[in-house]
Design a binder for this molecule. Structure first.
Ligand code: C6P
Length: 420
């Protein structure tokens, strides 16, 4: 029998992004007398009405503690919390909700893995392989772990201002001592999109456990943990239109099964005696104490909102804006741009010859343009690039080409002012 050839999926029609923008009340305000141009989305995204209303509805109708009371409101709060877990599993294509742990964000997710799986699995002489473009959240927890275990850190180099990983060195670095590969999906300073599926596959072939920092990718492009093939993946709610204080840690079922608890307390136990405790299985084993229930409800609404728009479409939109901004910035004199020329995610990092990054951000703010300047929690990367800071514009689906034009005009003004 000849197998039927499936038709390729029809490309999704483009969205009315201006209409999406109207879902974000905060964007309607003027700042310093100018319409707000919010280009600090890599730090945190804005929140649509759907998320704000979900939080309000929860507090007005369903608020109670979870997994405890046997009363109507507690049952509703528990159902809402666990429904958010199911939704998060679907959002990253996990095999089940037991692979999803709620955390405070990416930072806590990585610390959780370091202090549980890492403390149990790593020994003196073992190597944790990171990359030179990691955020401090994916460096410092491992340094703390090396102090406890005697393991050491190695880094995949970044090639230079074009901000790519030196993949020729990658296989050489996967020595027998490497027990963990932990790397970012998208760099928050460079906009590089790392080929995480390929790199995790190469690591797994050698029995190395893998962790992906999806802080900058989960809300900006489809993220599929089965396709990536990682053991752990962490992201933050507040960067994907959700509330602050809630995040997700995915852990592959088989790895979570053998991982000891993180914190001790209520909710994570089966039975407690004066001397000994037995623990619930994952995911509840990793969630001691009252969780951020409202945060999970808000995050659920955010994930629904993003998937209605389509993260593949969001990625294309953000990438178009970033490519446009990069091209316009490259045509200016006295500017140094960081990150790949093509295939970048939705942000641009740059330095002007005549103005410090903080001055750029301060003057831009006076024109209503919100940028970020500094080391972006990437101090080792900044040193590698020979700079102390950069200015960064980071985009989301509610940003427009006209806003990029305003940003470029403001950069032109700044150059004139500081260049004399
Ligand atoms: N980056 C920025 O670039 P938390 O704070 O836990 O929500 O996220 C930490 C984090 C981890 N990994 C990457 C790649 C990140 O970009 C971030 C957060 C922000 O502006 C703050 S430095």
């Amino acid at each position: 029998m000849i197998a039927e050839v499936a038709n390729p999926p029809a490309p999704k029609p483009s969205l009315d992004w201006a209409a999406c923008r109207a879902d974000f009340p905060i964007l309607e305000q003027p700042v310093h007398g100018h319409p707000l141009v919010y280009f600090d989305n890599a730090a945190t995204s804005q929140k649509p009405r759907a998320v704000i209303e979900a939080l309000q509805r929860y507090y007005e109708h369903d608020n109670a503690n979870v997994h405890r009371g046997i009363h109507e409101l507690s049952n509703r709060a528990t159902a809402a919390f666990e429904a958010a877990r199911e939704r998060a599993a679907g959002f990253v294509n996990a095999r089940g909700a037991e692979e999803i742990v709620f955390t405070r964000g990416t930072t806590e997710g990585i610390n959780l893995v370091a202090q549980t799986w890492g403390a149990q699995s790593l020994r003196s002489g073992d190597v944790i392989l990171l990359t030179e473009m990691e955020h401090h959240s994916n460096i410092v927890p491992w340094q703390l772990l090396t102090e406890r275990t005697g393991a050491r850190l190695a880094y995949v180099p970044v090639t230079g201002d074009d901000g790519l990983l030196d993949l020729d060195r990658f296989d050489q670095l996967l020595t027998r001592e490497v027990k963990l590969l932990a790397l970012t999906h998208i760099s928050n300073s460079l906009g590089t999109v790392n080929p995480v599926a390929d790199l995790c596959a190469r690591a797994r072939k050698r029995g190395i456990v893998t962790l992906v920092d999806a802080a900058q990718s989960a809300g900006h492009r489809p993220v599929d943990v089965q396709e990536i093939g990682c053991d752990f993946l962490a992201f933050s709610g507040h960067k994907i239109c959700g509330p602050t204080g809630i995040g997700v840690l995915y852990g592959r079922r088989e790895v979570f099964a053998d991982t000891p608890p993180y914190q001790g307390g209520g909710e994570m136990i089966l039975s407690v005696d004066f001397q000994r405790t037995t623990y619930k299985p994952a995911p509840h084993r990793f969630e001691a104490g009252t969780p951020d229930i409202a945060g999970a409800v808000g995050l659920h609404a955010a994930m629904d909102y993003l998937d209605r728009l389509g993260r593949d479409r969001i990625f294309r939109h953000d990438q178009e804006l970033a490519t446009y901004a990069y091209e316009r910035l490259s045509s200016l004199k006295g500017i140094r741009l960081f990150g790949p020329k093509t295939g970048r995610a939705g942000l641009v990092s740059f330095l002007l010859a005549d103005a410090h990054a903080h001055d750029v951000v301060t003057v831009a703010d006076q024109r209503g343009v919100a940028l970020r300047g500094g080391h972006h929690c990437n101090q080792p990367l900044m040193r590698r690039l020979g700079v102390v800071s950069t200015a960064r514009a980071s985009f989301y689906f509610y940003n427009t080409r006209e806003e990029v034009d305003r940003f470029i005009a403001v950069i032109g003004e700044i150059q004139k002012f500081f260049g004399g």
